[in-house]
Design a binder for this molecule. Structure first.
Ligand code: ATP
Ligand code: MG
Length: 304
């Protein structure tokens, strides 16, 4: 069964079509990543998934429930970590979990065991009584994740779960998300960290201006859009080296500021040609999802 099934889904704000006739199907039991530049329409799409905003056109089913028609029923089975933290700042960590649990009618006895489990999951046992305002950003994010799991959802929807977190906190969240997926929970996430999407997601969809540009596993997207090897070259003398050697030896190149990105199936001729040019600095690396993202969505800044 597909956990998400969208057909011709659109959302307009005034004249602006921020989600534009989107059709997609996400199978159950996978981690699906929705990627796109600022303003691409990711949060708007997620808000439609959860019934928080109504589509302007098209149809949508989540866990088999038509949305927004059956959004109230759907919400019993999903967990949501929103982009903007919305914890109750007047309450402590435990009170936040309890209040949220009360919306789902979870019994007192179930909560007795559930709350310690959630605190452990979020590594917040020692902060159980702390007011939310006394938590660091990373702790608040972990609490949001724990809160989203209160109702033991079948599907967890996370809008930029690790933005602003340090590497330790990010790694912890990655481990926890992998553990949830291993238990069969469906995961939907947005992120601007391409490395995160590569590590966590079985499938990603790259969107821009409300439309899908491509969908597949990270590895297949890389193989489809980018030559396997990338060499970034910069330094005085780049222009002349580029004219004589670089341009001819790469399948493709791209000049960005003072750096030239060379894309090649075989990196060796380029590396040989760089030898004996100490005036040039270079970085050789395998192609990655960020290369795909930039190729499909362009390099221009969005919110400038
Ligand atoms: N309530 C709203 N009213 C009017 N316009 C909106 C509203 N919500 C979003 N938009 C517009 O819709 C577009 C898509 O916004 P959205 O928040 O979905 O983008 P996003 O892909 O999540 O971006 P980011 O990566 O910055 O979070 C933007 O142009 C935004 O200004
Ligand atoms: Mg967003």
């Amino acid at each position: 069964m597909a956990i998400i099934e969208a057909q011709g889904l659109s959302k307009c704000y005034g004249e602006q079509r921020v989600v534009d006739a989107l059709s997609l199907s996400v199978p159950e039991g996978i981690c699906w990543g929705l990627l796109g530049p600022n303003g691409a329409g990711k949060t708007t799409f997620l808000r439609m998934l959860t019934g928080n905003t109504s589509p302007s056109a098209g149809s949508l089913r989540v866990l088999g429930f038509p949305v927004p028609g059956k959004a109230v029923e759907l919400r019993r089975h999903i967990g949501v970590v929103p982009q903007q933290e919305n914890l109750d700042v007047d309450f402590s960590v435990v009170e936040n979990l309890r209040t949220y649990a009360s919306y789902f009618g979870i019994s007192r006895s179930r909560l007795q065991s559930r709350i310690p489990e959630l605190l452990k999951f979020a590594a917040l046992e020692s902060r159980a009584g702390s007011p939310v305002t006394a938590l660091s950003g990373g702790m608040q994010r972990r609490l949001s994740l724990a809160r989203a799991l209160v109702n033991e959802p079948k599907l967890l929807i996370l809008d930029e779960p690790t933005t602003g977190l340090d590497p330790q906190a990010r790694q912890l969240i990655w481990q926890q998300l992998r553990a949830l997926r291993a238990r069969g929970m469906g995961l939907v996430l947005t992120t601007h960290y391409m490395e995160e999407a590569t590590r966590l997601c079985d499938q990603v969809t790259i969107m821009d201006h409300g439309r899908i540009l491509d969908s597949d596993s990270p590895q297949k997207l890389i193989a489809r859009h980018i030559e396997a090897q990338v060499i970034e070259v910069y330094g005085k003398g780049l222009d002349s080296w580029h004219g004589v050697r670089g341009e001819a030896l790469a399948e493709r190149f791209e000049r960005v500021g003072d750096t030239c990105f060379y894309y090649a199936r075989d990196e060796r001729p380029l590396l040989d040609a760089l030898r004996g040019h100490p005036e040039l600095s270079y970085l050789h690396r395998p192609a990655n999802l960020e290369d795909v993202f930039l190729r499909l969505t362009g390099r221009e800044l969005r919110d400038a």
